[in-house]
Design a protein around this ligand. Structure first.
Ligand SMILES: *Cc1c(COP(=O)(O)O)cnc(C)c1O
Length: 427
C-alpha cells in the first residue's frame, strides 16, 4: 500500500489511485539502479502533498506580488537557511522547477545569445543543458566541449585548460550525468579564473554525496552551483541554485522574473524536509554507504568480465561498456528490466553506436542504498546482471527460454527485496 495512504484519492478517482498503488508495488519489487533516482522518505512525500500547492508566491520572501504570504515566506526562508547551512553557501535560491530550468537561469544571468560555453560533451557524460544541439542552450549559445581521455576514461584538466584558453568561454560548466569519477572543482576554478570565465558547478548527481562528505564540495570554488534535489540528495523533484553573495542578485533575477512564474511551494516544503534529513549525522553514513555499494558492485562486475568506463567508480555511478559482451545497451536494459533490475542504456565515451541504441549501461547505487542493501549484496546483484545479459544474448526477449531465465532472476530479486522496507510503501 502506498504511504501515506491514498484514502481520498481512492474514493474520488480510483483510476489514478490504482496507478499510484501499482507504481508503489513496482518500485518495491525492483532493484532500482537508475543513477538519477532515489526513494524519498514518507515525510518528504507528505510535505509535497500539502496545501502549499494552492498558493501563488511570485517574488521572494518579503517582496511578493500577491498577498497572503505570511506562512509561505517562513517556509521559503527555512528552506533557504537549511540549504545555506548544509552546503556552507552564501546564497541559495530554492525556486527552480527542476535542474534544466535552474541551468537555463544561469545562462540567463551571465550570458548573451551567442556567447561561448565550455562544458562536457553529452556523449562523454555531459547534460543536455550543457549546450547540446537539441537544447535551447545549444541553439542560443555557442557550445564548446571537453571530454574524457580514451585511455583513461577520465577528464584531463590540462585538456580543459587548453580548450578554455583557445575558446575563451564566458561560462565553464563542471559536472554531468554520467561521470563515475571525482570532479576536480578546484582545478576548474583555477582555469575559470585564468580565462575570466564564470564557473558553474552542476552537482545534480552528486549533491547528496557532497552534503554527506563523500565527494569534495564545489562551494568555495564555483561562482554558481546548480543542483537537482531529487537524485542522491533524496528530496522531491526540484532544484536549487547556490552562489556567492556577489552573484546572488543576478541569480535571483534570472529565476524570477527572468524565467519562471510562481514557485512550487509544495516542492519547497519537500526540499526543506529533505535538507533537514541530509543534515543529520546518519546522512553521512548514507553517503559513504552509497559509494561503498557502488565500488563493491564495480568490483563484482569486473570479476565477471564487465568492462567499466574508467575502470571503476569514485562515487554513486557506474558506466558499463557492453561492447565485449556482444550486446547493445538497449537490448540489455530491456532484458534487465524484465529481470527486475531497472537501469538505463547510455552512451559510453567514444561510442560508435547511436544515442538511442548505444553501447553502454548506466547504474547508480543511491536508491538501493536507501532501500538498505549493503556491500554484501553486491556480488549477487552482479550475478543477476550477468545472467540477464547472457540470457538476452541467446535470443529475443520473448523467446520462451530467455523469458524463463529473466523471470527466474526477477523472482530472486523480489525474494531479496522482500526483507527491505521501502519508504512510501507498506504491506
Ligand atoms: C538531472 C540533471 C539535470 C537536469 O535535471 P532535470 O530535473 O531532469 O531537469 C541537469 N544537470 C545534470 C548534470 C543532471 O544530472
Amino acid at each position: 500500500m502506498h504511504q501515506p495512504a491514498l484514502t481520498h484519492l481512492a474514493a474520488a478517482d480510483p483510476e489514478v489511485a490504482r496507478l499510484a498503488e501499482a507504481e508503489a508495488q513496482r518500485q518495491f519489487e525492483k532493484i532500482r539502479l537508475i543513477a538519477s533516482e532515489n526513494y524519498v522518505s514518507t515525510a518528504v512525500l507528505e510535505a509535497t502533498g500539502t496545501v502549499f500547492t494552492n498558493k501563488y508566491s511570485e517574488g521572494y520572501a518579503g517582496k511578493r506580488y500577491y498577498e497572503g504570504q505570511q506562512v509561505v515566506d517562513q517556509l521559503e526562508r527555512l528552506a533557504i537557511e537549511r540549504a545555506k547551512t548544509l552546503f556552507g553557501a552564501e546564497h541559495a535560491n530554492v525556486q527552480p522547477y527542476s535542474g534544466s530550468p535552474a541551468n537555463l537561469a544561469v545562462y540567463l544571468a551571465f550570458m548573451n545569445p551567442g556567447d561561448t560555453v565550455l562544458s562536457m560533451d553529452l556523449p562523454m557524460g555531459g547534460h543536455l543543458t550543457h549546450g547540446s544541439p537539441v537544447s535551447a542552450t545549444g541553439k542560443w549559445f555557442r557550445p564548446t566541449h571537453y571530454g574524457v581521455r580514451q585511455e583513461t576514461g577520465r577528464v584531463d584538466m590540462n585538456d580543459v585548460r587548453e580548450i578554455a584558453l583557445r575558446e575563451r568561454p564566458r561560462l565553464i560548466i563542471a559536472g554531468g550525468t554520467a561521470i563515475p569519477r571525482t570532479i576536480d572543482f578546484a582545478a576548474f576554478a583555477e582555469i575559470a579564473k585564468e580565462t575570466g570565465a564564470i564557473l558553474l558547478a552542476d552537482m545534480a548527481h552528486i549533491a547528496g554525496l557532497v552534503a554527506g562528505g563523500a565527494h569534495p564540495t564545489p562551494v568555495g570554488h564555483a561562482d554558481v552551483i546548480s543542483t537537482t534535489t531529487h537524485k542522491t540528495l533524496r528530496g522531491p523533484r526540484g532544484a536549487m541554485l547556490l552562489s556567492t553573495e556577489e552573484h546572488a542578485k543576478a541569480i535571483d533575477k534570472a529565476v524570477f522574473p527572468g524565467l519562471q512564474g510562481g514557485p512550487h511551494n509544495h516542492t519547497t516544503a519537500g526540499i526543506a524536509v529533505a535538507l533537514a534529513e541530509a543534515a543529520k549525522p546518519s546522512f553521512r553514513d548514507y553517503a559513504a554507504a552509497i559509494v561503498a555499494n557502488a565500488q563493491a558492485l564495480a568490483a563484482a562486475l569486473l570479476e565477471r568480465g564487465f568492462d567499466l568506463v574508467s575502470g571503476g567508480t569514485d562515487n554513486h555511478l557506474l558506466l558499463i561498456d557492453l561492447t565485449n559482451k556482444g550486446i547493445t545497451g538497449k537490448v540489455a536494459a530491456k532484458a534487465l528490466d524484465a529481470a527486475g533490475i531497472e537501469l538505463n542504456f547510455n552512451t559510453v565515451p567514444f561510442d560508435t553506436r547511436r544515442p538511442f541504441d548505444p553501447s553502454g549501461l548506466r547504474l547508480g547505487a543511491a536508491a538501493i542504498t536507501t532501500r538498505g542493501l549493503r556491500t554484501e549484496h553486491m556480488p549477487a546483484l552482479a550475478g543477476w546482471i550477468e545472467r540477464a545479459v547472457l540470457a538476452a544474448g541467446r535470443g529475443p526477449l520473448d523467446d520462451a527460454d530467455v523469458a524463463k531465465e529473466l523471470d527466474a532472476v526477477a523472482g530472486e530479486v523480489r525474494d531479496l527485496l522482500d526483507a527491505f522496507p521501502m519508504p512510501g510503501f507498506s504491506r
